[in-house]
Structure formats: structure tokens, C-alpha cells
Design a protein around this ligand. Sequence first.
Ligand SMILES: C[S@@+](CC[C@H](N)C(=O)[O-])C[C@H]1O[C@@H](n2cnc3c(N)ncnc32)[C@H](O)[C@@H]1O
Length: 389
Amino acid sequence: MAAIIESGTTNSQSLSLNNIVDRNTIVWWALIGISIWSALTISPWGCLFWLFALILDDVLLYGFGKSMLFDSQLRVRRNYQWIGNMYDNTTGSGRDLGFNLVVDGKLSQRAKFEHMAKQLGLEKGMTICDVGCGYGDWMKYCRDEIGCQAVGINITPEQAAYAEREYGLEVHVTNWKDILTNSDLQRKLYGRFDAVTFMDTIEHYVSMEDRRNIEKQNKIYSDMCFFASKLFKQDSKSHRVFISCLHQTRKKRSWRFYYHAYFMDKLYSGHYPFVDEGPLVLCKPWFDVIELEDKTEDYRLTGVRDRKHFQAIKVKLTPKKIAYVCILSFLDPFVIHRLLYYKQDSWMFFYGDNPYSNEYDANYRKGVSYVLLYWITLKLKSQAFTNKH
Ligand SMILES: C[S@@+](CC[C@H](N)C(=O)[O-])C[C@H]1O[C@@H](n2cnc3c(N)ncnc32)[C@H](O)[C@@H]1O
């Protein structure tokens, strides 16, 4: 079985500042501008206006679910741009933005892809849609190793550009939610696929401000399942969806949980469904759940054993990366949050006790973790083509 460093391309992305001016940037500039103006004309304390505004915005966001200043969906793609600039080898060489399976004590991306292909019943000539496709490593595998046609959907333009440029893949740069109202994209994508995948992407679909609005959450996950059902062609031997998604357990929380969740949200933006919520429950009008697998230990151990992976990441600073961090401070309000996130290793906190243990113990982890990583295989119901949303 191939281990983590498998043959493949090495990701040598150049530093990117494209797509950086969006609504969030403009709001940040406005806050800095008002701070300078009020410091010069009202009081020197005015220079702290930006800090006051950020604190007030966080209180409204996390306390009352009201997003006043910044758009959290825009933060998703900004964070993947950050990852592209700050991490080494985020793609190729056996590493992607998901995780690897632990096989005979070693990490293997190949084993993961083989498992997914088997669950989906992929065969040569089939067409697959990967929603939230990252850099496209899974799609490349489907095309090169099985002979499928693979099409991606991704909110992050830099990743889509990589998949197109390096792998020659078709990727549509869009939030999948926008396809629900975009007839042009619907014409290109609906009714075209044998199989659909959502790999470690669903966690971003519900924003933190909506975490107490169960109706809104349910609508997003139902929309997602409806959307997936529309992607299928009528005659297919697969008609399956494969999902990899972090879920929250009902383990009792301490203040430290909320503290780390705050920094996690600032970096990745999103709210995980609880184990008894989300697509597992809301897919029912269109899909049957045919398999549910707990892969939390594979997910955790990928971070523990591969420190270039995104969880327990060790970022190697270079002059280029330091320059990026400095420039980004003037373009984005959350640079300090991101740096503190690394300092505290916030991600690993959610695995509960012994997060760095080298042992693979699924039962123990289930008992102590705040998160569980589920692999879910769905099968399209025969009446799904006629089911209304
Ligand atoms: C953790 S990465 C996983 C990438 C890839 N599936 C993999 O396993 O390597 C999450 C991906 O979801 C994408 N994404 C997040 N929200 C999205 C949305 N609403 N629509 C489309 N893509 C989205 C991000 O740009 C990113 O590529």
C-alpha cells in the first residue's frame, strides 16, 4: 500500500493576492479609515475604533446570531487562499485538503480514493461531480486511474485555477448554493452525473451565526441534498453520493471549547452538524443512507503524523510568507486570529484527551472527542427524480 509520499506532482504554488478585494476588505478599510479620521479629528482614542467595531461585531455574531460587518462565506475562500500561501505542498505528493486512511500504520491517500471509488461503484466511462473539490486530487485519480470524466465545483478561485492548470480538469468557480438560482449553470450541470462527492466541505455550508437557527441550518442541508439529487442522470448504475463530514458530539462543553471554537471559526468559518442532524437526517426525501463509517482516528492521525497537513500544522516561515502576513493585515481583519489559532493548536483541542496519541483507538476517541468524522454513502431513491423540494 502506498504511503503518504506517493508519486505525484509537488505543489509549488506562487504567492497569490488575487481575489482579495471583496466586501470584507472594503469594510476593513472603512474601519481603518474611520479610526485614522477620528484619531485626527476627535480624540487620540479614536485610533482604537477598529478594535471596538470588531469586538461589537463578535458579540452580535456569536451572542445573537447577527452578522453586521463581515460575510462569513467570503471568509471561506479567503482562508483557503491563506492555506495556499502559508502551507507547503497542500496538494499532490499524496496530500490533499481532506485526510488519509491509516493502513498498516501508514497514511495512504490511495487507499482512501480506492475505498471511495468502491463505495460509489465507479466504472470506466462514468461521470462524477466533486462539490468543494479543493485542488482536484480526487478528480484526477478518478480520471487517470478509473477512466471517469470528473467535474468540480469550488468557491475558491485559486484552487479551481490549480486544478485546471496543473491537472486539466473542468471546475466551476461558484458557491454551490448559487447554482440553485443560476439557470446557466443548471443547464451545464443538472442531469449529467453518475456519482457525486462532498469531501470535507459541508462543514463550511452553515455559518457560525446560524448555529442556533435550526430552521435555517435544515434548509441549507435540505437544499444541498436536493441539489445533489438534481445532478444525477436518470440511467446510472451508481446513483450514489459519498460524503466526508465532521460532526459534533453532545459531549459537555467547557469555556475552553468555546474559546477554541472562536479561533477555529475565524480561520475556517463554519458550524458542524451534530451527529443527529445534518445531511444524515435531511437527505431522506431523496436518498437512503446505505453506509456510515467512523473515520475520526484516520482524520486525527493524518494531522498527527503529517505535520504539513492542516490540523496540527507546522508552518515553515519564509520571507515571502512573512511579507504576505504583513500585507494581508491591511486587507483582512482576521490575521491576528489566525496566528493565535496556530499558537494554541486550536484544532487539536476538539479531539478531547490525548489528541497527539499515536494509537489508533476508535472506541476511545468516540468517548472523548467533541468531533466525529463520518463517511456517509447515500443511494438515490428511485422516486427522487419526481420528488419536489
Ligand atoms: C477542506 S477543503 C476539502 C477539499 C477537497 N474536497 C479535498 O478533500 O481535498 C473544503 C473545500 O470546500 C470548498 N467550499 C467550501 N464552501 C463551498 C461552497 N459553498 N461551495 C463550493 N465549494 C465550497 C473550499 O473552497 C475547499 O476547496
